[in-house]
Write a protein that binds this ligand. Structure first.
Ligand code: ADP
Length: 298
């Protein structure tokens, strides 16, 4: 199997995660218990996920000129991702302020920072996209940029995987350039008004779609008439953060390797399961060997 070239165009955030007994109310100051700082953002997570799943992966995103940007780049590079294409823009990096209470509930404030400045891709950046076996994108950067990248990849005959999260309006040019859409149930509801009772509705938007179903696994369907439900791999779930990112990264790798899509989704389901076994976001993204271990060969 040839190592696929995956290019991820998307967001990078520094996640600042503080835990406390209870979340503070407006105007209140509380003492917390713990603090960690971890790289996040769906773009960075999916680039790390694809790299660990076995891709030669480049990440096109934007970080700020602050110390978070320096740390983000170092951490993403250390994960093996080619961060050469990362833009550094003057101003703050994207930041997610996360507060978690003892019940595991959270309150999250995301400021996009540099992610919002990732617009007007240059010819060199578009060439990078055109050189991918698989382009992977999400909607945490300006949708015009996602559209520009997807159209370039599509015109070059490359595969375009869009994890359309968070749910936002998508222009028709973007949908027309998507080969494979990946959404969870909330997103499917937002785009089609239908959830797991009618995943086929997604095929009105794109030729191939995956609906991820958490502990129920995933559905895959295409306009050629394939429609399958792949059950989840049973694991002791600890934290579902980034399961969707592990899933999408692994899916892009398997498809780029030339596996058929049903099998690629089956492998991605194993990647999601491997991710939920561990606490944390980017730190819990699984390596190829762990995915293979859980992969339920047909
Ligand atoms: P998101 O994190 O984007 O909401 P999901 O929660 O649907 O996405 O999770 C993505 C994938 O991860 C699922 O399709 C499934 O394969 C896997 N997964 C999620 N939760 C579990 C779980 N509790 N047990 C096993 N696999 C899971």
């Amino acid at each position: 199997m040839r190592q696929p070239r995956v290019v991820v165009v998307g967001s990078a955030n520094m996640d600042l995660v503080a835990t406390a007994e209870a979340l503070p109310r407006p105007g209140e100051t509380r003492l917390g218990t713990d603090f960690v700082m971890v790289p996040g953002g769906k773009g960075a997570n999916q680039a790390i996920a694809a790299t660990r799943a076995g891709a030669d992966c480049a990440f096109l995103g934007a970080i700020g000129s602050d110390s978070f940007g320096v740390t983000l780049k170092a951490r993403i590079t250390a994960a093996g991702v080619d961060t050469g294409p990362l833009r550094v823009t003057y101003g703050p990096s994207g930041v997610a302020l996360v507060m978690v209470n003892a019940a595991g509930e959270n309150a999250i404030l995301v400021t996009p920072g540099a992610n919002a400045s990732l617009t007007d891709l240059t010819e060199a950046e578009l060439d990078l996209v055109r050189g991918a076996d698989v382009l992977v994108a999400q909607l945490e950067i300006p949708v015009e940029t996602v559209t520009q990248a997807a159209v370039a990849a599509r015109e070059a005959g490359r595969r375009v995987v869009l994890n359309a999260a968070p749910a936002l309006p998508m222009p028709p040019e973007l949908l027309a350039a998507v080969d494979l859409l990946v959404v969870n149930e909330n997103e499917a509801q937002a785009y089609t008004g239908r959830g797991r009772e009618d995943p086929h509705a997604l095929l009105d938007l794109v030729p191939r779609a995956v609906l991820t179903l958490g502990a129920a696994g995933a559905w895959y369907g295409d306009r050629e008439g394939t429609a399958v439900h792949l059950p989840a791999v049973p694991v002791a779930a600890v934290d579902s953060t980034a399961a969707g990112d592990a899933f999408t990264g692994a899916l892009a790798v398997a498809w780029g390797e030339g596996r058929d899509l049903v099998d690629a989704v089956r492998w991605a389901v194993a990647a999601g399961a491997a991710c939920v076994r561990r606490l944390g976001a980017s730190v819990s993204l699984p390596h190829r060997a762990e995915i293979d271990e859980l992969y339920p060969a047909p």
